[in-house]
Design a binder for this molecule. Sequence first.
Ligand code: ZN
Length: 333
Amino acid sequence: MSHHRCTRRRFLGTTAAALAPAASAPAAAPDRPVAELRAKALVAVTLDLEMSRNFPTWETTHWDYEKGNLNDETKRYTVEACRRIRGRGGVAHCFAVGRVFEQEDVGWLRGIIEAGHAVGNHTYDHVNVLATRAEDIQFRFRRCPWLIEGQTPAQVIRHNIQLCTAALRNRVNLAPAGFRTPGGFRDGLREHPHVQQLLQDLGFTWVSSLYPAHALGPRATEDVLRSIVHAQRQAQPFAYPRGLIEIPMSPISDIGAFRGGRWRLDDFLRAIRMALEWCLDNRAVFDFLCHPSCLYVVDPQFRAVELICDMVRRAGNRALIVDLNAIARRVAR
Ligand SMILES: [Zn+2]
């Protein structure tokens, strides 16, 4: 990971100031003291760079087989979301599936990295790291089982994570900024010490795998909202017994709202406002999980990102927009 930090520092020192749109934007968080990171609410905007089933139209399932083949709208939304966050003095944290790097042009992502945003590993093909049967690993391998013939599921998963790291190094010269599991698990990796060990063996010090349970229905009713706010307690970072740090995703995600609940945007914004308010009041962590491939369809005006940035600004010196590396530093001993 040290290579990554080094690269980031160099970028921040030489080019980020020139790229940052707002002169008044304070420095991003990488070098902030741990005491400050522990004293404030830490807010992360994380963008999973993958195509999403059911978007842009409900009938679309093609992306299950081609998660990394981002369309132009998704790339444009990602670039603009990052630009807005940087303009408010924060950084975004992207998680890329490795197949993104098979595309001819990754200049857009290079620009994001040069502006100081983080990019982590989301596996090469969006594989389920808890799969124990070949057919449960990923749709692509169900259609094309010859791609993984002769390998155990554990071997496939390990190799798929390594491939994403290799793609990042080859195309954008970057070590991955952490690991996010495809799919979130309500207990994270608590019952899966072998997966914790695998990630540590591959050099990761933190993972984002836990998405706590909460109520969900077709509307953001009072009960559903209360449940989402309550779930923020279960979405606070911690260390597993062997030392791997968990940085949970904070409900509700865009996919949870717009696929799971088929919500309207106003309901989503209301849930974010209430959940983030709790986190700001409690100097807690809020790790917003979104997918540009979903948001460009349902939130073309960037209202979710703007809402989060506005709330953090209003919180003054009580809150920071940071990447997940900074949140991991708050937990690390
Ligand atoms: Zn994903």
